[in-house]
Design a protein. Structure first.
Length: 73
């Protein structure tokens, strides 16, 4: 599922965290919220080390950056 579909289903707190920490390792609670909003159909990428957690794909981080800047993603 594309970010455009699941983004509105996230809590405001999760959206704000993703905007403020775009490109960072995503905490498990937010990954869980994204997976629930996307119906389990969302791909994540492993960070440099398996212990570090998961990252959003480049397309998602670019979309979040554009949205945060008031641009049309």
């Amino acid at each position: 599922m594309d970010i455009e579909a699941w983004w509105p289903r996230l809590s405001g707190a999760a959206q704000q965290w993703l905007i403020e920490n775009n490109g960072d390792v995503v905490p498990p609670a937010i990954i869980d919220e994204i997976q629930a909003a996307a119906g389990g159909a969302f791909e994540t990428l492993p960070a440099d080390s398996p212990d570090e957690g998961l990252l959003l794909p480049d397309e998602a981080t670019e979309w979040i950056e554009a949205t945060a800047n008031g641009e049309q993603p």
